[in-house]
Design a protein around this ligand. Structure first.
Ligand SMILES: *Cc1c(COP(=O)(O)O)cnc(C)c1O
Length: 954
């Protein structure tokens, strides 16, 4: 079959190498005559699934979009006045189309290679600056997963960072006006870690007892704005740290937490232009006082310099993070919410300080009108000082009023039988205000003009300080200029729309445009997570269907889509294991075996689940060291909770002994957690739920085509066998510990629901056969790369028949020892060839891990191989003494345009070699905007906000 025929299916477009001639070329290099023969050798019989996947037949793009339209039509949009942390907003069209829906932004990877990431790093630095200014604290990170988990991270950070001996071991106190979903998530985390959480009305002062830290919410879920100054001062007096969960839009009018003495501010940036998305993905933020930055979770963008002294951005203080610090990391978070943070930062760039303030004032004035009008109609409005949310007492009538509003297309928040909440937002209009007042039998009065100024914001909390004064928030006011700014930044970056991103373990495969189409349809995007069930029928049908498909694919019994990233799926899965042991009275089972080669999130998640990490050694061939494993099982058999293994292993090999390992752990009473990040090597061939796993997380942003967004969004579903089902994530917005559920892991029940149509569409477009072919094609591509490059860069680990799974580790260590050229030099030199580097130094230092994925065609894979071979020749030039490593094009890589045109070129290699080492680059050349960046210098002198523009002048 030819891909060029009119009948080419989606599978033909998703998989890169589909022409038989190309497949034959690749097979020949690998040494097999058919793909199946190669797959049969690589994948051990003992784990192969007996039957093909039972999924519905593949649909065409047209058919899938028609199905999605049908599902969308089963959802009902409404005026969303529920509030409770989620507010309707207008995503400016220029931002929606040119960022949220633009592949240059959404297909980018996390900016670990800063030289090809300057655009998104600048946008994230803008995000950090925006947060710092609005909350009044000096250092903000580049996003967290959602507000509830951000508060949980802040609580854990206070427990780490509080150095006051008397207060350190005290309880954590949450104000009663904190969002209920936040309280549920924090309590869930606290339970596993065994510290006390008390909920108290802090407007009445602090409770008795020793307090480690307090959490306030500004404004509270009731809408109330009260002056935190006294309670913050009292808390500090007693040695407690203070976190305030604050609404950024409100902070344009209200005194920021930093000015009131808070140590940490957290919150959601959703209402800065990110759709409701039925609960997520949205970027949370965290900002901290000086001195706390080294305890802060999440990624942090900082300013450093490149090798020519030019200011350049890169991720700062990475030694806090799980990929380096493992069980001692500040958090398990890896994938966060970069794309959504970027959208929010551009919302601030678009509106500027005056625009944001105007939106806030209008929002507040609508809320004031609602309050004044309800009061004039004789109703009891509970708080007089509020920003956007009015809480009204309606004894015995709450349900009836909420239903009457719903009938008029307006969603209110039913608080209890006697109380209703109404939240105004950017989209509120006088007509909406009139409509909602009508429900209460009230007529609109003009709150501002009338005598009733009772509902003006309390002057004690009125903001006097300036914010967003940096030029970036004040110069891109015309759409023409904004569009060019967006384009200028994305042009600085390499994303999947320009080059393969052969990152091992990260599965940077095609994010098809048709898969992306539905996410911004209003019937999916404009749904509040707490909307009544009658309005979310389509959403819940899509979610249930995706859960079913993932259950079938993984061989487990149940799937929860709630976790917002792989790390959160790990935590959810480990908490399920914990719940299971506790339910059997095995309270002492708290030890978790983790192979030395595991991803850093594994160890960090185990700690958060209250477990103790026991590291298992790696054998010389890369497999788990059986002698060490057996010794550690034996030594810990009474306290063994679980083992976390990755399959295929992080070494990119199908270890044949996996069932044996699972059996040994089970025999000792432990559970098996299979990290499913490498599921792209299993779909259709083997099922972790069948070959020994009790629970796994998957990464929908790897195997199931959700784009990486420059570091998020992600979805990390947790999949488990039936015996763990009662401990799967519960709904944070329902009563804590609903029967048959574990603790909540995210703020909203379906986590990052908004991006689930992408994975749903992928599975439907591929069907069982297409998915299985994708897996086989991924194996073929990886084995082709391994076979072609082995003589230049030895492949470190192989399995049966000398084959790898879906990725391969290229070992540079011997070349480094001989020539001084490092794996990092090769990674940076690849930029000069227009490539994003493979995974550097994970899981083995001094190596590169290559995962081409099924989506790359032979032309692109060969372009990569040719680049690598040419680089090998350059390494040989170092070995031969043509130039020293210090003076080589490898060490000087990447080369900027400014470096190669400089008149004082005095390098030991020609300019042509620097910029055009292979011929085709003469037409299609990517010049990085900066040269090699000195990360350490930036960490010594930490700058994490937009620098004055003068810094960027010569
Ligand atoms: C990506 C990855 C994770 C973590 O997933 P996130 O979504 O980034 O949190 C865990 N384990 C492995 C092996 C991975 O590759």
């Amino acid at each position: 079959m030819s891909v060029n025929s009119a009948s080419a299916t989606f599978v033909d477009r998703h998989i890169g190498a589909r022409r038989q001639a190309d497949i034959d070329t690749m097979l020949k290099a690998v040494g097999y005559s058919t793909v199946d023969a190669m797959v049969d050798t690589a994948v051990p019989d003992s784990i192969r699934q007996a039957k093909p996947l039972a999924l519905k037949d593949a649909l065409s793009e047209v058919e899938v979009l028609a199905e999605l339209r049908k599902l969308a039509s089963k959802n009902k949009t409404a005026v969303q006045m529920i509030g409770q942390g989620y507010y309707d907003t207008v995503t400016p069209a220029v931002i929606r189309r040119n960022i949220l829906e633009a592949p240059a932004w959404y297909t980018a990877y996390t900016p670990y290679q800063p030289e090809i990431s300057q655009g998104r790093l600048e946008a994230l630095l803008n995000f950090q600056t925006m947060v710092q200014d609005l909350v009044g604290l000096p250092i903000a990170n580049a996003s967290l997963l959602d507000e509830a988990t951000a508060v949980a991270e802040a609580v854990l950070m206070m427990r780490r960072a509080n150095k006051n001996k008397a207060a350190h071991d005290g309880k954590t106190v949450l104000d009663a006006d904190v969002m209920p979903q936040t309280i549920a998530v924090v309590k869930g985390r606290a339970e596993a870690l065994g510290f006390e959480v008390e909920v108290a009305d802090l407007s009445q002062g602090l409770p008795e007892g020793v307090i480690n830290g307090i959490v306030l919410q500004q404004p509270g879920v009731s809408g109330r704005v009260f002056d935190h100054a006294d309670v913050i001062a009292a808390a500090k007096e007693r040695g407690a740290l203070v976190t305030v969960a604050a609404d950024l839009l409100a902070l344009t009018l209200i005194t920021p937490p930093g000015e009131q003495g808070a140590d940490i501010a957290v919150g959601s940036t959703q209402r800065f232009g990110v759709p409701l998305f039925f609960g997520g993905p949205h970027a949370a933020y965290m900002a901290v006082a000086k001195g706390l930055e080294r305890s802060m979770p999440g990624r942090l963008v900082g300013v450093s310099k490149d090798d020519a002294g030019v200011p350049a951005y890169r991720l700062a203080l990475q030694t806090r993070e799980q990929h380096i610090r493992r069980e001692k990391a500040t958090s398990n978070i890896c994938t966060a919410q970069a794309l959504l943070a970027i959208v929010s930062s551009f919302y601030a760039v678009y509106h500027g300080p005056d625009g944001l303030k105007a939106i806030a004032e209008t929002t507040h004035s609508h809320a004031a009108t609602i309050a004044a009008s309800l009061k004039a109609a004789g109703l009891d409005v509970l708080h007089t000082s509020f920003f956007d949310t009015v809480t009204v007492s309606v004894p015995g009538r709450a349900a009836a009023l909420v239903a009457a509003a719903e009938a008029k297309g307006i969603n209110l928040r039913p608080i209890d039988g006697d109380t209703v909440g109404l939240s105004a937002d950017e989209t509120t209009t006088p007509a909406i205000v009139a409509g909602v007042l009508g429900v209460f039998g009230a007529a609109a009065v003009d709150a501002a003009a009338g005598t009733d100024t009772e509902f003006a914001l309390d002057t004690a909390v009125e903001r006097s300080s300036e914010y967003l004064q940096h030029p970036v928030f004040n110069t891109h006011r015309s759409e023409t200029q904004l569009l060019r700014y967006i384009r200028r930044l994305s042009d600085r970056d390499l994303a999947l729309d320009r080059t393969m991103i052969p990152l091992g373990s990260c599965t940077m495969k095609l994010n098809a445009t048709a898969e992306m189409e539905a996410i911004s349809w209003p019937e999916f995007a404009s749904i509040h997570p707490f909307a009544p069930d009658s309005q979310t029928v389509g959403w819940r049908e899509l979610i249930a269907d995706l859960e079913d498909q993932l259950t079938e694919i993984t061989g487990y019994d149940q799937v929860s889509l709630q976790p917002n990233a792989g790390s959160q799926g790990e935590l959810a899965g480990l908490l399920a294991i914990r719940g299971y042991h506790l339910s059997r009275g095995d309270d002492q089972r708290t030890f978790c075996l983790i192979p030395a080669s595991a991803h850093g999130t594994n160890a960090a998640s185990a700690v958060l689940a209250g477990m103790k990490v026991v590291v298992v050694a790696t054998a010389a061939d890369g497999s788990i060291d059986h002698a060490d494993l057996n010794a550690k099982i034996e030594a810990n058999k009474d306290v063994l909770s679980a083992i976390m293994i990755t399959y295929p292993s992080t070494h990119g090999v199908y270890d044949a002994d996996v069932t044996e390992i699972c059996d040994a752990v089970h025999a000792a009473g432990g559970q098996v957690y299979v990290d499913g990040a490498n599921l792209n090597a299993l779909v259709g061939l083997a099922q972790p739920g069948k070959f020994g796993g009790d629970v796994s997380h998957l990464n929908l942003h790897k195997t199931f085509c959700i784009p990486h967004g420059g570091g998020g969004p992600g979805v990390g579903p947790v999949a488990a066998k039936a015996h763990l089902a009662p401990f799967m994530p519960g709904d944070a917005n329902k009563a804590a510990h609903e029967a048959g559920h574990g603790v909540a892991i995210s703020a909203s029940n379906y986590g990052s629901a908004g991006v689930l149509p992408i994975s749903w569409a992928y599975v439907k477009l591929m069907g069982a056969e297409g998915l299985t072919e994708a897996t086989k094609s991924a194996l073929l591509a990886a084995n082709y790369v391994a076979a072609r490059l082995n003589e230049y860069f030895p492949v470190l680990y192989t399995g049966e028949g000398g084959l790898v799974a879906h990725e391969c580790i290229l070992d540079l260590r011997e070349l480094t020892a001989k020539t001084g050229v490092t794996a990092e030099d090769v990674a940076k030199r690849l930029i000069d060839y227009g490539f994003h580097a493979p995974t550097l130094a994970f899981p083995v230092a001094g190596t590169l891990m290559v995962e081409p994925t099924e989506s790359e065609d032979l032309v692109e894979i060969d372009r990569f191989i040719d680049a690598m071979i040419t680089i090998r020749k350059e390494i040989d030039q170092v070995a031969n003494g043509d130039f020293t490593v210090e003076n080589s094009p490898l060490r000087h890589a990447p080369h900027t345009a400014s470096a190669v045109v400089s008149s004082d070129w005095n390098r030991e290699y020609p300019r042509e070699q620097a910029a055009f080492p292979v011929h085709h680059l003469k037409q299609d050349k990517y010049f990085p905007p900066v040269g090699r960046i000195d990360g350490a210098a930036g960490d010594r002198n930490l700058i994490c906000s937009c620098p004055p523009l003068s810094e960027f002048e010569d």
